[in-house]
Design a protein around this ligand. Structure first.
Ligand code: NI
Length: 393
């Protein structure tokens, strides 16, 4: 099976061409019409059964192996970000304000390559591969949309794998681990309701700015004083708006922020404490508040199944030197592959893709770029994980 690396290397020029085409024509979540059409066309040409319009713009390709067996799902995300590109690359985005700044252009190209590798070697593996090209991973609910559209039914996958090109790691390093990998994410909104008035007559007002300032302070003490230091959690307030004039005491203040956790009970505890803190502070000042956690935007933590992590590791060992296969402390960013992983045992892996030189930015940055040599490595790894799972059963 280790010839997946050779097969993928032979495909490298094609992988790079696909990736550059997607990079040049980025599309935001649920608008991946051109991308999805390219994917569907390629899968059809390979002889796969293709279903388009899954979760609005997703594409599913089903590939049957040489004999009956289990089903494995491989997931690739396709969406770009609302960022204006400043890489100066010859294949930079032609759509102002839209950019592939997370590597999903690479993921889509990798998925097309994996389809080709597995189609050309189908005589050697049993079962079925379900390739999911998912829309709208970037906080827009793409995973939920494809699940609601039945991607985890008929055939029901027995295992699921996905990969992210990961620039914080050098080219060729692979992260494969059981258990937590990425945090759960919440988006919350807070509104403080005071009573506005003249800046020189505070006794007639309830100052929403002052109440908000106390609330910001107190909210940041929740993690440090209510959560064990051995547990990972982050609360950040990213936005605070209040007031219109220098000499007017503000009637209202609005805040928004994010909470990152791994354990649902810790999430529940922090959200409950947030509400108690807001209640106490606003009550002390005679103000009111509204605290809203946007449930539709909740993304659970990425938790890898131990048995599937072992499958992924065995696949990685056929392609990479043991020293390049590593584990890392869980990271606080989130990823909606978790919606699939909490329903199907699976494993999410990271592959180092840091570009050469130092002029490039990190993920979600206008100067983001990937090392294109990571594309064949990723395609070989995804194909090998599917092969490893199917041929074990
Ligand atoms: Ni991403």
């Amino acid at each position: 099976m280790s010839d997946y690396l050779e097969l993928a290397q032979a495909l490298a020029p094609q992988l790079i061409a696909w990736r550059r085409d997607f990079h040049q024509h980025p599309e935001l979540g649920f608008q991946e019409f051109r991308t999805a059409a390219r994917v569907a066309e390629h899968l059809q040409a390979l002889g796969l059964e293709v279903i388009s319009g899954v979760g609005k713009t997703g594409v599913v390709g089903i590939l049957e192996g040489a004999r009956p067996g289990p089903t494995v799902l491989l997931r690739f995300d396709m969406d770009a970000l609302p960022i204006s590109e400043s890489t100066g690359l010859p294949f930079a985005s032609v759509h102002p304000g839209v950019m592939h700044a997370c590597g999903h252009d690479g993921h889509t190209a990798i998925g097309m390559g994996v389809a080709q590798l597995l189609a050309h070697t189908r005589a050697r593996w049993p079962g079925r591969v379900k390739l999911l090209f998912q829309p709208a991973e970037e906080g827009l609910g793409g995973a939920r949309a494809v699940i609601e559209d039945g991607v985890l039914a008929d055939p029901v996958p027995d295992a699921a794998f996905a990969l992210h090109l990961w620039n914080p790691l050098p080219l060729g390093k692979v992260v494969v681990q059981a258990g937590p990998l990425m945090a759960a994410s919440d988006h919350f909104e807070i509104e403080i309701q005071g009573r506005g008035g003249h800046g020189a007559v505070p006794e007639d007002t309830i100052d929403a700015v002052l109440v908000a300032a106390e609330a910001v302070n107190a909210l940041h003490h929740i993690v440090s004083r209510n959560v064990s230091p051995h547990v990972r959690a982050v609360l950040s307030i990213g936005s605070l708006q209040a007031g219109d004039a220098f000499n007017v005491i503000s009637e209202q203040a609005q805040m928004e922020g994010t909470l990152r956790t791994f354990d649902p009970p810790v999430r529940t505890l922090i959200l409950r404490r947030m509400d108690q803190v807001l209640d106490g502070i606003t009550r002390a000042h005679g103000a009111g508040y509204r605290f809203n956690v946007i449930e539709e935007e909740y993304t659970p933590a990425v938790i890898n199944d131990p048995a599937m992590a072992q499958v992924a590791r065995a696949a990685a060992e056929t392609l990479f030197p043991p020293a390049d296969i590593m584990e890392i402390p869980p990271i606080m960013v989130s990823e909606d592959m978790s919606e699939i992983l909490r329903r199907v045992p699976g494993c999410y892996v990271l592959l180092g893709a840091a570009p050469q030189g130092t002029t490039h930015g990190p993920h979600h940055n206008p100067r983001f770029d990937i090392h294109e040599d990571a594309l064949p490595l990723a395609a070989a790894l995804m194909a090998a994980m599917a092969y490893e799972f199917l041929s074990r059963k």
